[in-house]
Ligand binder design. Sequence first.
Ligand SMILES: Cc1cc2nc3c(=O)[nH]c(=O)nc-3n(C[C@H](O)[C@H](O)[C@H](O)COP(=O)(O)O)c2cc1C
Length: 239
Amino acid sequence: MKKIFLPILAAVCMIGLTACGNTDSADNSAASASAVKGAAEQSVQAEESAENTEKEQPADDAAVTEKTEEQSAADDAETDTGNDTIVVYFSATGTTKGVAERIASAENADIFELIPAEPYTEADLDWNDSNSRTTLEMNDPDVRPAIANDTVDLEGYETVYIGYPIWWGDAPRMMSTFVEAHDFDSKTVIPFCTSGGSGIGRSGKNLASQAGSGNWLAGGRLDANISELELQDWINGMK
Ligand SMILES: Cc1cc2nc3c(=O)[nH]c(=O)nc-3n(C[C@H](O)[C@H](O)[C@H](O)COP(=O)(O)O)c2cc1C
C-alpha cells in the first residue's frame, strides 16, 4: 500500500507545485486539474489492482474455511438455548405479540416472531373493505403470503406454541405458509390466538391439517388482558 501511495503522492505534489507556479494561466490550471484527476484515478486503479491481487491470494483459503466453521459453531451455540419449548407467532398490530411474550415468559421458552415479507398496512387490515389485501387473502384459501424471516429451526423443541390473530374466523394465510414449511413430527403443537371476540374456531385444526405432522392440541383464544393466574391455568391445562 505504502509502495503504491508514495509515488502517487509525489506525483500529486509535483502537479500541485506546477499549478501554483502558473497561476496566470487558465489553461494550465485546467490541465493541472485534469492531471490531478488523472493521478487520483491512477491511485484508485492502483489500489483496486492491489486489492484484487490480495483477493487472488489463495494461501489463506483453508484458514478462512476453518474460521467459518468455528464461527458457525459459535453461532449455533448462541441460538441453541437448550429450551424444549418455543413460541412462534405473527402479530399485525401487537396484541398477539403481547400474549406470546407472556406465554414465553411463563414457560421460560424461546420466542420467535414471524414477519411478513410484505408488511400489512392499515389499509391492508381494513376488514370493511371488500378489496383490502386481508379480505382478498382470506377469501382465497390457497394464498400463501411470504414470510420475511422464517429462519426458525424447530429441531430440538418438544413443544411449539403457535400464535396469531383471528382474521375472518381463521388464522392469517401466512400461518399456513409457516406450518407447511416445517416438520412438526413428534412435537406437541399448541395453537393460540387473540381476536375481537371470536374463539379459535377451526383455525387450529386447519393449520394442523396443512402441517400434516405433529400432535396438535386444541389450544384456544387468549384475551389480551388475561391475568397471570388465568394464563398459568390455561398453560397448565395444555399439559
Ligand atoms: C382483517 C381482519 C379480520 C379480523 N377478523 C376477526 C374475526 O373474524 N373475529 C374477531 O373476533 N376478530 C377479528 N379481527 C380482530 C383481530 O383478531 C384482533 O384485533 C387481534 O387481537 C389482532 O391481533 P394482532 O394485534 O396480534 O394483529 C380481525 C382483524 C383483522 C385485521
